[in-house]
Design a protein around this ligand. Structure first.
Ligand code: SF4
Length: 178
């Protein structure tokens, strides 16, 4: 059987979902025998490739860069899985929507910064969108795995099922905020 071309990406998330993925521990060896990792922070790929079978995406869409990445992921992937509550609902990342971009930048760079107070990075950070969105608000998402982060068991079960083309019931393994 040909190996699944698998990509994992994070947008605006804390990387906790990717850490939970690693918590599959020895089951990673089994997964690795069935997939070819073509793009991931784990393998430090810089460009999202074409012809991806399954893209696993952590995080909400907060910046122009996130949106550009997600559109490319959708265009180049047969199936997209939103991994974790930030990707599924916006979650922690979307708390910025309560105050807006300017107030959050003011708090981070003008009020709470320990050095270079008042200096805002312009080239180093991507332009922020006015509103943080869940992934499905921007592109079609094939499947969702909630949890903050989703437990490793849930990631293993959904991944195994998707690889083998079987049905799965995520709520046996996770829930929002778990
Ligand atoms: S869902 Fe939770 S663990 Fe995952 S990126 Fe968001 S805050 Fe981090």
């Amino acid at each position: 059987m040909a190996k699944i071309r698998l990509a994992t990406v994070w947008l605006d998330g804390c990387s906790g979902c990717h850490m939970s993925f690693l918590d599959m521990d020895e089951r990673l060896i089994e997964i690795a025998s069935k997939v070819e990792v073509v793009c991931s922070p784990y393998v430090d790929t810089k460009e999202f490739p074409e012809n991806v079978d399954l893209a696993i995406v952590e995080g909400a869409v907060s910046s122009e860069e996130d949106l550009e990445k997600l559109l490319k992921i959708r265009k180049n992937s047969k199936m997209v899985l939103a991994l974790g509550d930030c990707g599924v609902t916006g979650n922690v990342s979307a708390m910025r929507n309560l105050v807006g971009v300017e107030a959050s930048l003011k708090c981070a760079y003008d009020e709470l910064s320990d050095n270079n107070k008042g200096v805002r990075p312009s080239r180093e950070t991507p332009k922020q969108l006015e509103r943080v969105s869940a992934q499905h608000e921007r592109v079609f998402i094939d499947c969702f795995l909630p949890g903050c982060p989703p437990p490793a068991d849930a990631i293993y079960n959904i991944l195994s099922s998707l690889i083998e083309g079987k049905e799965y019931d995520i709520f046996n393994h996770t829930r929002f905020g778990k």
